[in-house]
Write a protein that binds this ligand. Structure first.
Ligand code: XIL
Length: 363
C-alpha cells in the first residue's frame, strides 16, 4: 500500500516536472520478439552480465535468451564456498562446471563469485569441537581452498570477487563486519585472500565486492579508506564491485551519488564493476504485487534509465554491469509460504523485455 501512495505522489510531481514520467513510456514496444539484444545495445560501453544457476544453462530456451542478451555470466550460488566445499574434504563442482562449460562453449566471460564471504560462516574457521582455529590454520585453509578453485577455472574466470561484503557501518561492527574470519585474522583475512588469489592466478582481475555502497555513506567511507590503503600497500586489489541492489524509493541510491562514488574509486585507481544490479519497487517489504501498477513501473524505468545514463558516461571506468538474475522469474516466499515476485529486473517472467529495458536501452 505504501508503495502505491508514494508512487502516486512521485507521479504527480513527475508530471509537473521538466522530465515527466510519460517520457519513459515504451508500452508500444512490449511483446516485440525482434528486440535488439542487451549486450549489443551496450557493446561499445561495457559487458552486460547476469547471475545464473546451472539449470539456466541446461535449458535450451533459456540459453538462447542468455546468448542473445549477455556477454558475461556469474554464478548466483554455484561458486560459493558453501556449495563448492561445504565441509573439509567434500567437493561439489557439478553446478559450477556446468556454468563454466556453458561459458567456454559459447564464448561468454565468467565472473567468479565469490572466494571468501565471512558473514556466511565456514567450516574453515572451526575445529572438530567447534572452537575457533588459530590464525595459521585458517590462513592455510584459505590458501588451499583459493588455490584449488582459482586454478580449476583459470582458463575461463578472468575476474574474481575475492572477498564479499567485508565492510561494516554500525557501532557494533566498526570498519569491518563481524565474522569468524575477522575474529581470527583481523583485517588480514581480506588482504591475505587477495594475495592467495593473486598467487594462484597472477593475471586474474581481483575484485572486492560490497553491498549498500550508495545507501550507506559510512560503509562507503570505510570502503574507500581501506581500498586506498591496500592499493598503496601493494595488496593486489584491482577492482571494486558495487553490488547495486537498488530500491526505487531509497533516495540515497541516486544518479548523483553513483557518479560521486565512481569518481572516488577512479581516483584511487581501481576498475569499477556493477556486480549485482536490480531495483526493487516495494517501499516496504510487505508490499507485494501480482501486477505492478503502471506508474510504479514507469518510475522504475525512469530511475533505472537515469542510473544507466551515469554508467554510460563512465564507461571508460567500468568494465562490466551484471544483473542479479536474468528475469523477474525469481519466486520468493512470504512468511505464510505464499509465492510472490519482486519485479526487480529488466525482463519479465517470460524472459521478454519490460518497459524498463527499453528505457535503459534508449539513448
Ligand atoms: C544470494 C542469492 O541470490 C540467494 O539465492 C542465496 O540464497 C543467498 O545469496 N549479495 C551477494 C550474493 O553477494 O551472493 C547474494 O546472493 C545476494 C546479496
Amino acid at each position: 500500500m505504501l508503495t502505491k501512495i508514494l508512487s502516486f505522489f512521485l507521479t504527480i510531481i513527475s508530471f509537473i516536472s521538466f522530465n515527466p514520467l510519460s517520457n519513459y513510456d515504451y508500452y508500444d514496444k512490449l511483446g516485440d520478439e525482434d528486440y535488439e539484444g542487451f549486450k549489443d545495445v551496450y557493446a561499445e560501453y561495457f559487458d552486460i552480465g547476469a547471475a545464473v544457476g546451472g539449470w539456466h544453462c541446461r535449458s535450451e530456451k533459456i540459453s538462447e535468451y542468455i546468448l542473445k542478451n549477455y556477454s558475461s555470466l556469474t554464478a548466483e550460488n554455484a561458486f560459493k564456498q558453501a556449495v563448492l566445499n561445504p565441509a573439509e574434504g567434500v567437493w561439489n563442482f557439478t553446478e559450477a562446471d556446468t556454468i563454466a562449460d556453458f561459458c567456454r562453449q559459447n564464448g561468454l566471460k565468467l565472473r567468479g563469485h565469490c572466494l571468501v564471504w565471512g558473514y556466511l560462516g565456514s567450516w574453515m574457521t572451526r575445529d572438530s569441537e567447534g572452537n575457533l582455529v588459530s590464525k595459521d590454520v585458517l590462513l592455510q585453509r584459505m590458501h588451499d581452498y583459493i588455490n584449488v578453485v582459482v586454478t580449476r577455472y583459470k582458463d575461463i574466470v578472468r575476474v574474481w570477487d575475492v572477498v564479499n561484503e567485508p565492510f561494516g557501518y554500525d557501532k557494533r561492527d566498526g570498519a569491518f563486519k563481524q565474522n569468524d574470519f575477522l575474529t581470527i585474522c583481523g583485517e588480514e583475512y581480506i588482504t591475505k585472500a587477495f594475495e592467495f588469489a593473486h598467487e594462484a592466478d597472477p593475471t586474474a582481475v581481483l575484485c572486492l565486492n560490497e553491498t549498500t555502497v550508495l545507501k550507506n555513506q559510512k560503509k562507503q567511507n570505510y570502503l574507500l579508506k581501506y581500498i586506498e590503503k591496500w592499493v598503496n600497500e601493494g595488496v593486489p586489489v584491482h577492482a571494486v564491485g558495487i553490488q547495486s541492489h537498488w530500491n526505487l524509493f531509497v533516495l540515497n541510491e541516486s544518479p548523483r551519488r553513483l557518479q560521486k562514488v565512481i569518481d572516488k574509486l577512479y581516483k584511487i585507481g581501481v576498475d569499477i564493476q556493477i556486480t549485482e544490479c536490480d531495483m526493487r519497487i516495494d517501499a516496504i517489504p510487505s508490499d507485494i504485487f501480482d501486477e505492478v501498477p503502471r506508474n510504479t513501473e514507469l518510475l522504475q524505468s525512469k530511475k533505472m534509465s537515469q542510473m544507466f545514463e551515469v554508467l554510460r558516461k563512465n564507461a571508460d571506468k567500468i568494465s562490466s554491469v551484471t544483473f542479479w538474475g536474468i528475469s523477474d522469474n525469481r519466486p520468493q516466499k512470504t512468511e505464510d509460504g505464499e509465492t510472490y515476485y519482486r519485479h526487480e529486473l529488466l525482463f519479465d517472467r517470460d524472459y521478454m523485455p519490460k518497459n524498463a529495458y527499453y528505457a535503459v536501452c534508449d539513448f
